[in-house]
Structures are given as structure tokens and as C-alpha cells.
Design a protein around this ligand. Structure first.
Ligand code: SAH
Ligand code: SF4
Ligand code: F3S
Length: 463
């Protein structure tokens, strides 16, 4: 251990004493994608190790961590305005500490702005350096020192960070971090840094421990899981996990169409009971020229053949997608090409986004930005068409028996229902039976809408 590590250890120990003596509490607010959800679990784990207890009431907390998303302008402004609202709160407490982490914290102009305009914020920390969190809290509590950690990504993966998981039955497991794809509209490669994969052994051990502890659903996470490379590729890793003993289901996200391999599809087909027959395959646009301008490196034809291969090998598979409308230069004809792809592919669901300019990305500098009103008209049209398709896709479930992992009790249509997801990731709401949370239920679909399925208990466990 060098001197710096030793000093950091001392500092963190001193902060721990202050935190424990004051019985201080911490609250974590999460925006953005599943990667951020997974990071927040580690943030809570590190804070508890430091001596905090976790509260879900921000007003009781002496430490607030805001875990931000920067993928679209709206996500970023939401997080920053929340930070603004915490100012009054900050004034009232001693040793009050606020930290900004996540993707917005990795943008140099945001870190700079926080440093000069948000004096009550104690630190900012980019996602790649998350393991520095205890040190930054300690620097502030012990020395009153503010820190701004940005542009320091050393490409390492910190293993063994403690995590406090939100659910006992469902777990995120990151397999790789970062992104090298540089789609021209996207900020993620700048906020999450270069791709790096965890050791397969670490991933498999984590999955085994989770399954042994009663977890029923594992979602493998990465910006592009198919870029996973260690001593094995993603398809092999997935197969190894599927071969673990136990009653569980594996999901993964996200996949880039350029490297969703035939081997991956073979593994999914072979281990259907364990690997969910579900594929999230972001298309982004149905126009070849827009796809090229987006730097997506596939075209309509390649995408359609991939969908065909998935459906041929995994009958009944659900396929969902992300679409961006109003990318710079998107003509009416380009947009019609996107609608045409929706009709050809017939996705189960689509997450559609209005293109949002992100500072520092090539698309932000492109000419021919599409006017806001045109973007809105297009997205509304697209959502309407997709809603009909989703409802038709869901209609195929009527009368069928599906397996559902029961997640929670909800109130819907004035009655209590148990709610969960089918293997194909459809939300299913169940009436007429009592199941435990975290149990696999076999239910018969009695009614469908564009987004949800309704069910009652099936007579037997045959699908
Ligand atoms: N790594 C994932 C996506 C992460 S971002 C993948 O490649 O599939 C999630 C989604 O946000 C993207 O699929 C895209 O549809 C959308 N998105 C990304 N940047 C955007 C931007 N600048 N404006 C609007 N939507 C964007
Ligand atoms: Fe962004 Fe593209 Fe990377 Fe996905 S693959 S995170 S859209 S750059
Ligand atoms: Fe947002 Fe970062 Fe995820 S920008 S979508 S939180 S990777």
C-alpha cells in the first residue's frame, strides 16, 4: 500500500467515526437506465459500509446522492433542477453533504458549472470512478474539501464493491461497462468511457451466489452486452450462467444489432427455460441513410434478417426496440421508412424518443436539425401505429398459459392484483389467486391491452 492509499484509509476511518457518532442517514436518488440502478445499489452498499443508514425520506438524510442521466436534455435538466431544490435543505443542517454522480457528472461543463454555481454541492463523481465515493464523502466531512472527479477514468473495474440490492428476487449483474460504438447522437461513450469487461469467473460467481440466495431473475447489463470479451464471448458466458443449477430466468440488455451473433441465438434457443425468449434490439431508424449518419453500421436488410433468425430459432420470442425520431436531416421519406420497419417487424413494444442534441456529439453539429413541431408530430404518429401493433401482438396471448415472476401487489381498476412479468417481459396482472412475491406463477391470459396482459390462475403448470 502506498502513502496515498494509507492517507485515504485514515481519512475514511475518521469520517466513519463522525457518521456513526452522529447516527447519520443517507438518501440516494436515481435517474436513467438500469446501469444507474445497479450503480445506486453499489452506492448504497458503500455508504452503509461507511456507517450511514439508508433512508427513503430525503428530509431525514444528512447525505443526498443524486445519480444522474445525460442521455437526453430532459433527463439532465430534471436532475439538475432537483439539485437546485435541495439548496434550502442544505442550509439547515450541519455536516450536510450532497454529491452528484452518474452520467451528467462525467460531462466537464456540468462539473465546472456545479463547482462555481452550486457551492452547496460537496462533490461530483464520474461513473467510471464510482469506487472513490467513500473518499469524496470523507474529504468533505473531515476537511470541508469539495472534489470534482471528471476525466480520470483509469479503465479499471472495481470488483467487490458492496451492494445493497433493491429486490430479493431480481438482480442486476453488470458484465461490461462503457461503450466504443460512438453512435453520432449519443453521449454515453463520453460519460461511461471505453468498453471493459468483467472477468467471466467474477460474473459467474456473482450469479451463483445470487441464485443461492433466492434470486429468481438475473439481468445481465452492459451498454452493448454482445461486445463482452474476456476469456470468453457473451454467448459462452450466457450459456455458462444458464447451466447453473436452480429455478431462475436470465435476461440481458442491451444488444447492438451489429454484433448480435448466430451463436447467441443458438444459446438462447437451447436454454429457453432459463434464458428469457425476449430480445431488446434497438433499431433507432428505419432509413438506411439515417442509420449511416447515426453510425449504426447495419442497414434495414441486416436488421430484418436478424429478426427473422431470432423468430425462426426461438418461436414466440418477444422483440422490442428503441427508435429516435427527428435525427438531423430526417426527411418525411426517412420517417416513412421507419414506420415501414415497424409494420414489417411488428415489435412487441417500442421505446420512442425525440432526438435531443447532446453537447460534444457529432450529430449536435449537423445541419438540418428537424424543427420541434415536426419531431412531435412524427413521434405521435409513430406511437399510435405502434400501439395498434402492440395490441395485435398481445392478442396472440389470449387463452395462453404463461409463466410470470410475481413482483408486487398493485391496485388496478379498483381491485387488488398481483403483478409481474412473463418470460417474454410483458407486464401481467393476476386476479383470483394468492401467490408469494418472488414466486413463478403459471397463469392463463384472459384479457389484453397494448401494454398489459390480465390473467387468472391456470389449471396446471403446462405452458
Ligand atoms: N446502449 C444502448 C442504448 C443506451 S441509450 C444501445 O445502444 O441500444 C438508450 C436509448 O436512448 C438509445 O437506444 C436511443 O434510442 C436513445 N438515445 C440515445 N441518445 C439519444 C439522443 N441524443 N436523443 C434521443 N434519444 C437518444
Ligand atoms: Fe449510445 Fe450507440 Fe453506445 Fe448505445 S451503442 S450506448 S446508442 S453509442
Ligand atoms: Fe443515462 Fe448514462 Fe444510462 S446517460 S441512459 S444513465 S448510461
Amino acid at each position: 500500500m502506498n502513502t496515498t492509499d494509507f492517507e485515504v484509509r485514515e481519512l475514511v476511518d475518521e469520517a466513519s467515526r463522525l457518521i456513526r457518532d452522529g447516527s447519520l442517514m443517507a438518501h440516494v436518488i436515481t435517474f436513467g437506465c438500469q446501469q444507474n440502478e445497479a450503480d445506486s445499489e453499489r452506492i448504497r452498499g458503500m455508504l452503509v459500509a461507511l456507517g450511514y443508514s439508508i433512508t427513503d425520506k430525503p428530509e431525514d438524510a444528512s447525505l443526498i446522492i443524486v445519480n444522474t442521466c445525460a442521455v437526453r436534455e430532459h433527463a439532465e435538466t430534471k436532475a439538475l433542477s432537483l439539485l437546485g431544490r435541495l439548496k434550502e435543505h442544505a442550509k439547515k443542517r450541519e455536516r450536510y453533504c450532497i454529491g452528484l454522480v452518474g452520467c451528467a457528472a462525467a460531462e466537464p461543463h456540468v462539473a465546472k458549472m456545479i463547482k462555481s454555481n452550486f457551492k452547496y454541492v460537496s462533490f461530483t463523481l464520474e461513473p467510471a470512478m464510482l469506487s472513490m465515493l467513500p473518499e469524496l464523502v470523507a474529504r468533505y466531512l473531515v476537511r470541508g474539501e469539495r472534489s470534482f472527479i471528471v476525466g480520470q477514468d483509469d479503465g479499471r473495474i472495481p470488483e467487490g464493491l458492496p451492494a445493497i440490492r433493491q429486490s430479493k428476487h431480481k438482480a442486476w449483474v453488470s458484465v461490461m461497462y462503457g461503450c466504443n460504438n460512438f453512435c453520432s447522437y449519443c453521449i454515453v461513450p463520453y460519460t461511461r468511457g471505453r468498453e471493459r469487461s468483467r472477468r467471466s469467473e467474477d460474473v459467474i460467481n456473482e450469479c451463483r451466489e445470487l441464485i443461492d440466495s433466492g434470486v429468481r431473475e438475473i439481468t445481465l447489463l452492459g451498454q452493448n452486452v454482445n461486445s463482452y470479451r474476456s476469456d470468453m464471448d457473451f454467448a459462452t458466458l450466457l450459456e455458462r450462467i444458464a447451466l447453473l443449477e436452480g429455478d431462475f430466468i436470465i435476461r440481458f440488455m442491451t444488444s447492438h444489432p451489429k454484433d448480435a451473433s448466430s451463436e447467441l441465438i443458438r444459446v438462447m434457443a437451447k436454454h429457453r427455460g432459463k434464458i428469457a425468449p425476449y430480445f431488446h434490439l434497438p433499431l433507432q431508424s428505419g432509413s438506411d441513410s439515417i442509420l449511416a449518419a447515426m453510425n449504426r453500421t447495419y442497414n434495414r436488410e441486416r436488421y430484418l434478417s436478424l429478426v427473422d433468425e431470432l423468430r425462426r430459432n426461438i418461436p414466440g420470442i418477444a422483440i422490442t426496440s428503441d427508435i429516435i425520431v427527428g435525427f438531423p436531416g430526417e426527411s418525411e421519406e426517412d420517417f416513412l421508412d421507419t414506420l415501414d420497419m415497424l409494420r414489417r417487424v411488428r415489435f412487441d413494444a417500442v421505446y420512442a424518443f425525440i432526438y435531443s442534441k447532446r453537447r460534444g456529439t457529432p450529430a449536435a453539429e449537423m445541419e438540418n436539425q428537424v424543427p420541434e413541431n415536426v419531431k412531435h408530430e412524427r413521434i405521435n404518429k409513430l406511437l399510435k401505429i405502434q400501439e395498434e401493433i402492440s395490441e395485435e401482438q398481445n392478442a396472440a396471448y389470449l387463452g395462453r398459459t404463461v409463466r410470470v415472476l410475481v413482483e408486487k401487489e398493485i391496485n388496478k381498476r379498483g381491485q387488488k392484483m398481483l403483478s409481474g412479468r412473463s418470460d417474454t417481459n410483458k407486464p401481467v396482472h393476476i386476479t383470483g389467486a394468492k401467490y408469494d412475491i418472488g414466486e413463478f406463477a403459471y397463469v392463463k391470459i384472459t384479457e389484453v391491452g397494448a401494454f398489459d396482459l390480465y390473467a387468472e390462475p391456470a389449471g396446471n403448470n403446462e405452458i
